[in-house]
Design a protein around this ligand. Structure first.
Ligand SMILES: [Fe+2]
Length: 345
């Protein structure tokens, strides 16, 4: 449980807020690079409560300005933009002449397999609800395994079979990238599973069947979140690979009439989405009751609070920060071997 004040510190994303100051120390995914295919192409978007305009000056050269500024005499804020793995990233923190290195997560950095990008429908909730779901390791049993098992009337299903196994034990630990997750399954197929870490502060790295995926949970503002999904797939052996600036993308929109009451619950994504959004625009964590399986969430919140305090002291964050370019070629994570059989998460 958090006090209302603590909850405000962790969830608010605007300029001048403690949480917003921390998030501005990290590159945020903006849009697919292919969207700005020609010099002069522009893209308007809202990130961390700021209205931005990203535009292409020349091949591979992008800039970002803040659209609305309170005083016309004031110099317009410009933010650095970098391209990686088919996406454009924007850095909205201080020291914009010397921003931190953009971490080259494996899914982005690898060019040996085809990638694709999905920009998911806008989510009507604060980013932290979505990211906390990642630290909630056992929800895969209760939410996904159980739901799919029910929907199938108990018939076998690859994903349900994988996740609907009795959980004997679980643990979490702090790592250089965020929060490591361990799970021990019992039953007929016992296994110790080490999941890829929650990448601090707002990224999920996860294998989804044969696809290696990243989910960027980008706050649009306090009460809305954009998820940009990048998937690296096996592709066709010997098939042609797309250059990084031509990675195909799709914007996904809800069908007319979609509400949280009628979201399609047949997919893991739909099941997760209902859990995220039904907590309200900003979940009231002052009235919650946490249990033993929520220890990963507590660890993540503590990490967030500590990193916010570092920034308030004038220090830089020290989680998921890469300072040595030699270490920033392709950042990999060990994936559980049997996840490739599990199906889409
Ligand atoms: Fe989930």
């Amino acid at each position: 449980m958090l006090t209302s004040e603590q909850n405000e510190r962790l969830t608010r994303v605007g300029q001048g807020t403690p949480g917003g100051a921390l998030l501005r120390r990290y590159w945020q995914a903006a849009c697919p690079e292919k969207e700005l295919a020609h010099d002069g192409d522009r893209k308007r978007l809202r990130v961390l409560g700021e209205d931005l305009l990203v535009y292409r000056e020349a091949p591979g050269a992008y800039r970002c300005i803040r659209e609305r500024y309170p005083h016309a005499a004031v110099a317009i804020a410009t933010y650095p933009v970098e391209a990686l793995g088919g996406l454009l990233f924007v850095y909205m923190g201080p020291q914009r002449d010397h921003p931190p290195l953009l971490p080259r997560w494996d899914v982005l950095a690898r060019e040996d397999k085809p990638k694709r990008i999905r920009v998911m429908p806008e989510h009507h909730c604060n980013w932290l609800q979505i990211q906390e779901n990642t630290a909630d390791s056992v929800h895969t049993y209760y939410l996904h395994g159980h739901r799919v098992y029910q929907m199938n009337g108990g018939k076998p299903d690859r994903a349900a079979d994988y996740f609907y196994r009795p959980i004997k034990n679980y643990d979490w630990k702090v790592s250089a990238w965020g929060v490591e997750k361990f799970l021990e399954y019992g039953g007929e197929r016992p296994e110790v599973e080490i999941r890829p870490p929650l990448i601090f502060p707002n990224v999920l790295r996860i294998p989804e069947g044969p696809i290696e995926a990243l989910h960027f949970r980008v706050p649009i503002d306090d009460e809305h979140t954009r998820i940009i999904w990048v998937g690296l797939s096996e592709g066709v052996p010997g098939g042609e690979l797309t250059s990084p600036d031509r990675v195909p993308y799709v914007y996904e929109f809800d069908a007319p009439g979609t509400t949280i009451e009628n979201v399609d619950l047949s997919t893991f994504y739909g099941q997760d989405r209902v859990v995220w959004e039904t907590q309200g625009a900003i979940a009231d964590r002052s009235i919650e009751t946490l249990g033993a399986s929520d220890r990963g969430i507590v660890l993540f919140r503590r990490m967030l609070a500590e990193q916010i305090e570092r920034v308030e002291r004038g220090e830089e964050p020290n989680v998921a920060v890469v300072s040595d370019p030699a270490q920033n070629v392709c950042i990999t994570f060990a994936a559980p071997s049997s996840w490739a059989e599990a199906g889409t998460v």
